[in-house]
Design a protein around this ligand. Sequence first.
Ligand code: F3S
Length: 400
Amino acid sequence: MHLTAEEQSLLNGETGPATQKAMQILTALGRIYGAERLLPIRSVQISGVSYDNLGEAGLAWLAEMADGGGKAQVLTTLNPAGMDVENYQALGISEDFAANQRRVLKAFETMGVVTTCSCTPYLFGNLPHFGEHIAWAESSAVCYANSVLGSRTNREGGPSALAAALTGRTPAYGYHLDENRVPVVHFVVEADIQSNPDFGALGKAIGDRLQRQGIRPVPYISGIEEASLENLKSFCASIATYGGVALFHLTGITPEAAQFAPPVETLTITQADLDHARSDLTVAEPDEVDFVSLGCPHLSPREIQRIAELLNGRQVTKEFWITTSRPVKGIADRMGYTAIIEAAGAKFATDTCCVVAPIQGRFKALATDSAKACYYAAGKNGFKTYLANYDEVIRLSQIS
Ligand code: F3S
């Protein structure tokens, strides 16, 4: 692997132990994946921020990098943490957990990382442009950046993303290279796709088919005429979760699709496939739902506006979390949405989400509009799930 003189000096430890360790990680990765060189990057998004995932071992590693003089060289933001840093008590998070989570955020802050914790950094300033090389870690955001924005990233792990942040570089392999962005299978969608749960179910239907047939992504998808930012972030979260997809091309919608002819291998997603995927994720009885969460991935201002409209003048009877980033929450505050939502008894769970917060076993059944949240609610937290549109989720939140 070719290194420039500057990169060699980082690897030799001339700028301190943290950047040396970071270069060791990147060059090892580069060797494993056959990269010929490192690429300069413009931004980083780091996952593995919740103390629930990191534990003491992860925290010790972060502290070592911070003590070793590590400083972010490019704009670097964080994935959701294990708690709302301001409102954790209302969410039932213990003081012990909060103290440990603060230690994690402090280590990142010392390294110059922007400690805004969100899986939708593209909604508040970490917005890479077409063709830009970046190193992001959160699977839904990676899929969004590659597919919807046309920027270029592999799905980084927590350590490799931090290493990229501290050096401003990433190895040139995978989705950074033209040849790996070519679609290999054509999905023709013949189902009616309208809402976030539809897009989530479509991501599951395609993802399951890819896994079952052992097909390596990248999918080329036709048959969807329209998709909002919110639909696409929901779809990205789902297809990344169920199919391990980090890049897709959607005809007429994503920016690289027109560069490619449809691949010869063609699979069809029918209405029955979509209905099947939705029913797989709707296993709880409505009266079992005791937890409601909207915001996987983190909500946009428009989604919070819609929730406020639906909750206006009503009272929820279930634990109800609204998960978003702090900058977007600021917009909700200013627009009066927060006051309406909180008056209805729902809670903002800013900086965190129903998957990375330490709530295993705390509830029986989750109602949500997110196919990805359903996957982790069942697999990580042991909840039954109920996938539904906003209107129905809000209706369920009011049943006593
Ligand atoms: Fe984001 Fe948490 Fe969902 S990180 S994509 S809200 S699981």
